[in-house]
Structure formats: C-alpha cells, structure tokens
Design a protein around this ligand. Sequence first.
Ligand SMILES: [Zn+2]
Length: 346
Amino acid sequence: MMNRKDFLKTGLAAGALAAAPAASSAASAAPAQASGQTADLEKYRFHPHHRFSNDELVIEREQQGKPHAGKVLAAIQPHCDDIPIFAGGLVAKLIHEGYKGYLIRTTNDDSAGAGRTRAESMLNDERDTAAVAEALGLERVYDLSYRNHNLDEINIKELTARFVFLIRSLKIDTIISYDPWAPYDNNPDHYITARAVEAAYTGRLDYPEQLDVVEPHSIRERYYFTRRGPQFINRIVEITSHIDTKVRANMCNVTQGPAGQHGRRLKQQLAEKGMKLPILGDDDETADFNYIKHFVLDTDSEAQRLTPSDREVGRPFGLEWAERYYYRGPIPSTIDDYVSKNAVRL
Ligand SMILES: [Zn+2]
C-alpha cells in the first residue's frame, strides 16, 4: 500500500511509480504503477483539478468475462449530459463486465437546450436521456423531474428519501454520481443531487414506512466525479475499450451540452467557406463522432467540459484512455483473520 507521501517521493525520485503489494477491494483494481516521464507526472499530479487523497491510488483495469454479474449500479445525474460527459466510460465498462444498470435524472432540464418552447426543450432532453441510457446499455431511466437550476429550493430530505426507495427497490450496490464535497461547482443541481446521494447511505431502519413494500438495502461502492476541482482522486479507471461507447452516448445529447451534433455544424460552417477539417471526415455522423473523441474528450476538454482530457488522465499510467474518481468502497475487516490465527482452545 502506498500513501500519498510515498507516492510523491517515488514519483519524484524515479520518474515512475514502483509497484506496490496489492491491497485492493476489487479483482481488477491494482495499486498505481505509472510509466512515462517525470515531467508528465509532475503536470498530472499538480493539475489544479487533481489532489490525490491519502488513501491508496488504485488503477481499475478492464476485466474479461462478467465479474460483476448479479450486481446493480445507478448512474445518477441532474442533467441529461452529465453522466455521458464525465462517467460514460466507467458506466459502459461496468455494464460490459456484468452489472445491470439504471439511469436516474433528478431535474427535467427545462432551462437548457434547444427547442422552440420550454416544454419542447424538456421533451427533447427527455428523449436524449432515453437515448443515452440505451447507448450505455442501461435498463431504464427514472426522471425525478425537479425544476432545472432550482434544486436548491427543495427539501433535500425528500430527494434523499426517493433515492433510498430506489436503492432498496432496485437493490442498487454501486452509485456513480457527482462528488458531494467538491467545491467550486456553481450549479445547485449538481451539489444538491450529490449531497442527497451521499445522505441516502442510510441504516436499515430509516424510512420505516418504505419497509412495507421494499427490503432494507445499502450501497456498497460509490464512484464520485466532478467537473471542477479540486477533487480528491484515489482511482483511475481504464476505459480504452469503451471510449467509442462513451463517444456514442455523448452523440445522443443533441439538445444541450458540448457534444451532440457540434461536429456536423462545424463541418457545415467550414464548407460554406470552401474549407474542411480532415479529422471531421466526409459525413455528418463521422463529423460528430470525431469531434467528440478528438476535441470534447481530449484536446479541448478543459474548455468543453471543465475537466482534464481522458487521454491525459491515462497517460502517466500507460493507459490510452481513462477517467478519474474518488472511490469509496467497503473496508474489509481484519477480525476474522485475527481470530483464525489467534483463537485457542478453552
Ligand atoms: Zn449538469
């Protein structure tokens, strides 16, 4: 296990992180082992959006087969584009590895996106959200339909109780959400949703009236992301095999956000001036796909989505594409091990 001080020391001294003995909660997760130049690591480590937490930095690699069969995840977003932008790779990876998943959207997006009227924007956003769920392989969408950009007017207890009910009824094991404690996110929908998610980590006797229809059930794992730093980071998730699925999920958000059909629009604007960008290809779908993969998720990521490039996040660890999270999971107890080694006959 490597704490933050050792992590920094090793990186500074050697320019690469030494392997450490495995002590992780998932089979695919291994302590960080980076490759690359010292300069890259320095840039990565002191990036304003990254602060490594004091616990072990873990690389969660892609796995073969269905190691997560039987587990259930909820990807929770205030707006139709949040999960695709920030966690589309992780969701696609976990679904591919056997999870069953659901998409929960807390607002109705009525203040954002294209449409001749507010109601038409809402409808377009609702359709985009359904398409995102399908692109990521999720079972269905729960639209909680609070007013867009006004989530700080609600009683957070109500939202928490709705999450608790969904966690119990769907038997959700794993949550993917905005980080509830990341500062400098100016959008109340983001931080209120995240804090309600965090508060939904409740005991078995909470909300007793629900227990007439659902069994007690608790979250075991949480992956938190943010769009502005600083955020604690303790997990790098490899998404190389799933980057194209992430791109396709982002293509679904045509009503709002930095992705959607911006590629074909740029292609059209250039064509009107008698020009073209080779990277955008010759048809609209290729233009949208390549625009998102090259600009939104990579070279213009900071401007487009206020977060580092998925390519840059993976680079110090020898991964082609990666996302970064603050992960909270079960801490294995040492008591059984102690008992097996130390118990003696009466
Ligand atoms: Zn949002």
